[in-house]
Design a protein around this ligand. Sequence first.
Ligand code: IPM
Ligand code: MN
Length: 359
Amino acid sequence: MARYKIALLPGDGTGPEVLREGVKVVKAAAKRFNAELDTTRYDFGGDRYLATGEVLPDSAIEELKGYDAIYLGAIGHPQVKPGILEQGILLRIRFEMDQYINLRPVKLYPSVDTPIKNKGPEDIDFVVVRENSAGLYTGLGGIARKNTPYEIAVQEMVYSRNEVDRCLKYAFETARKRNKDSKLTLCGKTNVLTYVYDLWERAFHDMGQKEFPDIERDYAHVDAITMWMVKNPEWFDVIVTGNMFGDIITDLGAMIQGGMGIAAGGNINPEGVSMFEPIGGSAPKYTGQNVINPLACIFAGQMLLDHLGETEAADCVEKACVAFLESGKLPGLSAKEIKEGGSSTSAIGDAIADYAATA
Ligand code: IPM
Ligand code: MN
């Protein structure tokens, strides 16, 4: 039997509620395929920060490096100034654990509504590989002449060839592994950001020609891609892009696949420890009400299993989610619909765990 050590970071707001259901389903699927997850909870988040003044203890990163994966609920607390927890927990883990890929599947499941007219699950099935450690998120820059009319602020978009190459390599490999259209689209802005995206474009074609001749290469400017993602989502198989553009287009991706209640992501260090999370926020106003939709967190659990190499268990989670979605038992994806429809976070988790264990 394979055993894995998983760090749980429930976080803030409704994070603990969705993570509880995610763990329930992931454990049920793993058990079926003879794998076991040993979970350890960490209380990093807003409440701990308000009580102790500490966001992430210095020992945390070293400790987290000892796990096979990290499973996160949500970060964001209404009484904590925006940015403190996001930077002190989420971004710090991403950076210090060198999780340089943000992997975001954009997949429309049957029985899930997309706001795009005349598009269905056969049209919306691609993944975004977002560079997750550098670019505009590097934190290089500054402010001078603060609070004068002459104040200036600079925030640099920084990329080294190595940072670009390692991200591209992951993206090309993802296109190969998916074995769908064998197509990789670079999303950039070569007409204006003539240094950074010139580097990306040269690196993209260099690597494609030399190492991935079987993968078709395509290019789209970031503004145009927001249009194509809505108008022709079926054009995409794998999209690769820098950190900031990736942040923006993956929220658009989440919307076309049914919203934040469905969308999951992985912060991946292909050589180290990776972290999986639902990409919606902590939805604090629903805390403790047992009405928040746990599907996104369950899909994050599917990604976690897949990353561990437990592909059968991962497929089982996905199939269980699809079976549940098709059962008609879900009154809707939003907390309001779940509440008014008489369902609940734990009932959804129980039903999916049941499918995962038996169906
Ligand atoms: C995301 C989030 C984060 C980001 C925030 C919370 C720092 O929006 O995971 O997409 O900008 O990367
Ligand atoms: Mn984002």
